[in-house]
Structures are given as structure tokens and as C-alpha cells.
Design a protein around this ligand. Structure first.
Ligand SMILES: [Zn+2]
Length: 133
């Protein structure tokens, strides 16, 4: 039992998961701060200084605080939008890395990959034309 537990703890994926959860928590704080301190005041400005969360209407003695619902929906949309922007930026960075200039070219005679600066193919020993630029 204890041995099993030790194995479970020392397995890499438990630590990976812990790191993921902690990073996720910190990331959530960033997104929430961005939404509540920058985007919500903007929404407030657009709505004419009205705090959305304070909106309500009354029927008889019942108070319908629909502002809280509205606030939750706006928060959700803003957080989703911020995440979308972050993921989009990350994908862009990843694509840039992939699009690094090639370091090999194909020999036109034997069609093997050779160094891009090569002027003679190491495989078929053909002389290659200088790189056209
Ligand atoms: Zn060749």
C-alpha cells in the first residue's frame, strides 16, 4: 500500500499535474485581473458609467437582480476572448519558430538532403550550381 503510494507520488505525471494546476491558478489570476481591472471599467464606460452588476428590477416585493447574471455572462465572454487572444498569440509564435529558414536542400541529381551551402553533393559528388539568390 505505502509502496504503491510512493510509486504514485514519484511518477512524473503527478508532479507535472501539480505544476499544471499551480500555473493554471496563477494564469487564472492574470486573466481575472485583466478582465476586472481593465476590461470591465471599459464596459462600464460604454454603458454610461452604470455598474452592470447593480442592475435590477422589482415586481411587487421580489427583486430580480439580473445585473449579476449579466455580469457573469460578460465576464465569461471577456475571459473567453482574452484566452482566445492569448492562444492566438501563442500559435503565432509557434508558427514563426516552425518557419525557420531551412538548413538543407535537395541535390537535383540524386534527390538527397544536403547542407544548404554545399557546392558539391556528398552523396553523388555532382557539382551543384551556386545558390541562386
Ligand atoms: Zn547528389
Amino acid at each position: 500500500m505505502i509502496k504503491e503510494f510512493k510509486e504514485f507520488i514519484s511518477k512524473g505525471n503527478v508532479m507535472d499535474m501539480a505544476v499544471g494546476i499551480i500555473i493554471g491558478g496563477a494564469f487564472t489570476a492574470i486573466v481575472n485581473a485583466l478582465v476586472s481591472s481593465i476590461l470591465m471599467p471599459l464596459v462600464g464606460l460604454i454603458c454610461g458609467g452604470q455598474n452592470v452588476a447593480d442592475l435590477y428590477f422589482k415586481i411587487a416585493d421580489a427583486t430580480f437582480n439580473y445585473g449579476a447574471l449579466l455580469q457573469a455572462i460578460i465576464d465569461f465572454v471577456l475571459i473567453a476572448f482574452v484566452l482566445f487572444l492569448i492562444i492566438k498569440a501563442m500559435n503565432k509564435m509557434r508558427k514563426k519558430k516552425e518557419a525557420a529558414p531551412p538548413t538543407t536542400k535537395k541535390c537535383p541529381y540524386c534527390i538527397t538532403d544536403i547542407a544548404i551551402e554545399a557546392t558539391r553533393c556528398p552523396n553523388c559528388t555532382s557539382e551543384l550550381p551556386a545558390k541562386a539568390e
